[in-house]
Write a protein that binds this ligand. Sequence first.
Ligand code: SF4
Length: 408
Amino acid sequence: MFDMQEPGYGPGASMHDTLPPSSPRQGFLPQEYRQASKGELDQRIRTAKAALGERLVILGHFYQRDEVVQYADFVGDSFQLANAARTRPLAEFIVFCGVHFMAETADMLSRPDQAVVLPNLAAGCSMADMADLDSVKDCWEELTEVLGDAPDGAGRQPVVPVTYMNSSAALKGFCGEHGGIVCTSSNATEVLKWALARGQRALFFPDQHLGRNTGKAIGIPLEQMPLWDPSRQLGGSDALTLQRSRVILWHGFCSVHKRFTVNQIAAARQRFPEVRVIVHPECPMPVVDAADASGSTDYITKAIAAAPTGSTFAIGTEINLVQRLANQYPQHKIFCLDSVVCPCSTMYRIHPSYLAWVLEALNRGEVLNRITVPEQIAKPSRIALERMLSLKPESKPESRIESPVASL
Ligand code: SF4
């Protein structure tokens, strides 16, 4: 489905953020694309892509629907894809079939002369929207009042901010400016240890579940990981709790991953006693604790690829990825923990009709929906990203260039 009404702007940061006047806004999709059949759209996308040749690279997130992923040159998680674009120096146009914060990261990591295009500007991320810059700044001020701003005897700052990749460029910039860092679901443990070596505590946003699961895994007691609710005084906590804290968790979550439950795991084990349950660390802590393993999309993919033939997997992550893995590895039984789980609804807004629209415009020399992060935000954001990169190299994305579409 494409949007039947004029879609709003999904800034990836917050619907409450003040948008620069230059921000692109998603308007109505022209009627010719709304009315085009599936077959016509397919032909138009392939023709437009072929005409652009090396000038174009299309990136598809793991959670993107197959109808769109089939046109991607690379498939991976957000950070893998941003890096993949760098391997295509001839590409003038990077079309990112993901959500807004991913396109922002790709823009910050690509050359200034490369244009990053998000086919539908209403493709935001509800989790990223839960932490906006103003609320984080207010939190920082309140924490400074309670905790001061002087380092302790070991030279550790009172608080080191850590933002998940699933956040706006503005928050990554905030981290860059305040001695903080970015993390992914693959490297959250290393990043949190880095932060706690430099700070008496970390402020982790926007995903409370990734923060809590990671903190718990490195031995931090739950009572030292208070939740910060931005709508309440001192985040709903008190001075003593904050002083004793090691990780302060922002009150954010992924609406897709919070749907998984311990009962679903119990039901899967009852049906298939040999099942191996793997969930994403954006799932709530009791779900991660009840699973056999938890890890990023990259981890899940590799675990399935390495399993002996005939394995059974119950997976707790977005349905498009689970279904793709089930098709890709027919030698295993792979199913989603939640049989009625919804796809990531914002990523789902990238319909082939939007892809056809932006690609045909590029062929006419028109760059629609370009995502540009202002340099005053991009500069500190890159500092926070580089701190992360200096910790551990990320794995490479899956190249789709040689892969037949039929293998999906
Ligand atoms: S799956 Fe969750 S965290 Fe990922 S883009 Fe969708 S809403 Fe955001």
